[in-house]
Design a protein around this ligand. Structure first.
Ligand code: EPU
Length: 353
């Protein structure tokens, strides 16, 4: 049912930013979700499909359309027989991602333990191919079931059809399409191996925290604890009391450039195609925007996180306009200093950089 009083999107984003929704509907079943989106499409109304709001920057003016909050639930494994060696688990889009990771660790479903503490909903994870500490969801997603708004029907994309790359998928490409996002994720099926040891530790910082060599396998619950510790230290685990976590996570993607464009001293991760991924956080820091930068310029309303330069944060009284001013200053400063163009990672709604 529609809510008669205007719902503020600032109450639904981890940045705590964004103006009113034209209409706000909570869909608790798949049927409600597809019916609501279809009705809005038939009426030619713009639709925002809202998950956890952790990767979203909404205009201060809000969104004059229909906001559908995905609140579907259900986590369904195809077997509980440990001798199978593997399990397919279908998860409704509205489930909270970290609850699924916690359950996976508990049930010894391995492959997502390094993605502990990532905010947001399950339905959002395939869109930007959520990744951290050496894992990303493309490594465990078997298929993604969606509502196709153009064909008005349910479709299933196998992993190979999802177009997964670093922070990218066909669904993300679609989010940038002027037609509006074509696919609404309904559920995601993961294929997990079974066992108490996690997959080999692939991230140097995580291996150091666990005091093992990179490539070692350790109990998944230890990986989860270590990742939660690392993320907390960077302000990347949601905590209402800590303004460093009032963010959309990393505000920019890590740039992938030709090897000769990487500045001296910057982290460099060679890619299979000969390019190199460098660190946006390092570039920002070394272009003169240290941790906490921007507080003075904005009257204390927004700043870079005091724990990590890649997170732009709302200090409590900020606006989306303040945040974007800071984002532009940082982007332009990095471009001027290093000639590298930073690209925003969160979805921008009704605003641009
Ligand atoms: N660094 C700085 N200053 C800082 C922080 C970091 O110079 O304030 C430099 C250091 O050299 C550090 C390097 O940046 O070694 C990389 O930092 P970090 O290991 O924290 O990773 P990241 O590249 O900044 C990425 C993801 C995160 C993910 C972590 C861990 C992107 C855009 N971000 O961050 O994902 O949690 O790796 O795997 O790929 C997100 O996407 O929202 C996100 C939080």
């Amino acid at each position: 049912m529609a809510d008669p009083s205007p719902e503020l999107l600032s109450d639904h984003t981890t940045l705590h930013l964004g103006g009113p929704a034209g209409e706000y509907v909570v869909a608790t079943t798949e049927q409600e979700l597809t019916d609501t989106v279809s009705a809005a499409d038939a009426a030619g109304r713009p639709v925002l499909v809202l998950g956890g709001g952790s990767n979203l920057v909404v205009a201060d003016e809000g969104f004059d359309g229909l906001v559908v909050k995905v609140a579907t639930s259900g986590i369904t494994p195809d077997t509980d027989d440990p001798s199978c060696g593997g399990v397919l688990v279908t998860v409704a889009a509205g489930e909270t991602w970290d609850d699924v990771v916690a359950l996976a660790v508990d049930k010894e479903w391995i492959g997502v333990e390094a993605l502990s503490g990532v905010p947001g909903s399950v339905g959002a994870t395939p869109i930007q191919n959520v990744g951290a500490y050496g894992q990303d969801v493309s490594q465990t997603i078997a298929s993604v079931r969606v509502w196709d708004r153009r064909l008005r029907g349910i479709r299933t994309f196998a992993n190979a059809e999802c177009g997964f790359a670093y922070r990218w998928s066909r669904f993300k490409a679609d989010h940038l399409d002027p037609w509006g996002s074509r696919f609404v994720v309904l559920s995601v099926t993961f294929q997990f191996r079974l066992g108490d040891l996690g997959v080999p530790v692939a991230y140097a910082e995580l291996a150091r925290a666990l005091e093992v060599d990179q490539g070692a396998r350790v109990p998944a619950r230890d990986v989860r604890e270590a990742v939660l510790g690392l993320r907390r230290g960077k302000g990347m685990v949601l905590d209402e009391a800590d303004h460093d976590t009032w963010s959309a996570g990393s505000f920019f993607t890590n740039p992938v450039v030709e090897p000769d464009r990487v500045p001296d001293g910057a982290p460099a991760y060679p890619q299979p195609d000969g390019t190199v991924k460098t660190s946006a956080a390092w570039l920002i820091d070394h272009a003169g925007f240290g941790k906490g930068y921007g507080a003075q310029q904005s009257g204390g309303r927004v700043s870079l996180s005091t724990k990590h330069t890649l997170a732009l944060t709302n200090r409590g009284q900020g606006t989306t306009a303040d945040l974007l001013d800071l984002a532009r200053e940082v982007r332009d400063g990095v471009k001027e200093r290093f000639g590298i163009e930073l690209v925003n990672e969160p979805v921008l709604l009704g605003v641009s950089l």
